[in-house]
Write a protein that binds this ligand. Sequence first.
Ligand code: HEM
Length: 534
Amino acid sequence: MSKDRNNEHDEEKNDDKQYRNEDGTLTTRQGHPVRDNQNSKTVGNRGPTTLENYEFLEKISHFDRERVPERVVHARGAGAHGYFEAYGSFGDEPISKYTRAKIFQEEGKRTPAFVRFSTVIHGGTSPETLRDPRGFAVKFYTEDGNWDLVGNNLKVFFIRDAIKFPDVIHALKPDPVTNVQDSERIFDFMSQTPEAMHMLTFLFSPWGIPANYRQMQGSGVNTYKWVNEDGEAVLVKYHFEPIQGIRNLTQEEADSIQSKNFNHATQDLYEAIEEGNYPEWELRVQVMSDDDHPELDFDPLDDTKLWPKDQFPWIPVGKLVLDRNPEDYFNEVEQVAFGTGVLVDGMDFSDDKMLQGRTFSYSDTQRYRVGANYLQLPINQAKKKVATNQRGGQMSYKVDNDEGQNPHVNYEPSTMNNLKEAQMSGKPHTPYTEGEVKKEAIDRQNPYQQAGETFRKFKEWEKDELIKNLVDNLIPCKTEIQEEMIAHFKKCDEEYGRRVEEGLKNSTSTDGADQDSTHGGPAGATKTEEGVQQ
Ligand code: HEM
């Protein structure tokens, strides 16, 4: 990778001459110069070593703590800084009709942003060629505080209720005994989860292996709300469209890349930015009135469904540009913390059960993974000055207060020059909710129709790949699971199920034959431009 390794860092300037370290002397974290970094302190030059060797103890014990827990999902990632530039309108209408969020209002207005792309299932150094959804998480440092949009490349998800998330992830992760990912475990779970058919149809097609991070879409997946000045809301879905175009890989292409390089997507992103070839995405938004939409054959809060583009067009609202690589992978990419709860004025939550469950999970895991004061780290800190009454906790190193605030008053209300509640002009959004409290699935589940439509919209080579990949992954499964999956796929589309069934039959009749030649991929099928119109 090309990078000037002697790059000067933007270190904080210490103007007091006596404290400068102009000759680059190695020091301990206490600021003590290190005279000998090659030898431990020992009795004689053959040892034993001494315990009062502070330099050694500091160095080794810091090394022992160099890792924080990996993200439980999305552990492998790459990130970059950039900005979002607003278009200032919503088609022919002023965007303020739908949202008062300041980030969108003014044409040309730029807001700094940080993006982290990721794979989902395997660990922090796993290959980037794996069949897996890709994470597309964006932090916008807006004037009203941070807004996080934590999305994926695929626009739908496996499940629609957050209570099922640990199960779907356990099925996809390696077997807890063998520590090997096992397609029988995956399809065992999926065969009992009809709502997953749409996601599986995308995942086992070439859309399940984007060629790199620059040439893939991003989607918020869940349904959010926009709120205008009068407190009126609409339902919204967010999508990022890559200006670089979309490119996906066949399994064969992915295997060939993986045999030579399992960091290709991180490398591609880093090098493109170093070369000044800045990747861009247009942010496009779908809106729907804030109600149940009984006329639709799906529920607008169901994240296993697409909102058809012909009924709910993608309206461009701005562009996202990535133009700066991180200075330090750990400080920025590893410690960045995104969450679906991080919204700004003019945005709100819908009743989407996945969104609400996610909103608890992200900050919960980050208080454990990064620490109670994770929001004080530069990468997570809002650019807007924060002023809270929160104090202390592990690794707290500063007080989030306002210049004029009385440092003795870390509570509210008070009469002694304390922080005051915000005066905001926009009316609050106050949705009305009533109903029995119960555990029950939604009414309009319709698990197969959109999966079938997606299958029918695939190009022939995408269909061929989908069938081949499913068959290859179903071969090791027991017959009952194969039969259940075939029945699901037939309900999506007769041809879809029949082709999987035939593929499995052929694989048993040619038992022992080379599987790759039995289910060979299409010659010359290398990329998906535009792809399926979703
Ligand atoms: C990461 C939970 C569904 C996208 C994570 C993390 C957790 C989590 C615990 C690790 C966060 C961290 O350590 O910082 C959940 C739960 C879900 C859910 C409970 C369902 C109820 C989804 C969905 C999407 C998604 C539907 C896509 C829209 C992401 C992304 C990351 C992530 C992109 C990585 C963020 C980063 O780069 O730091 N999720 N997730 N998740 N999740 Fe989810």
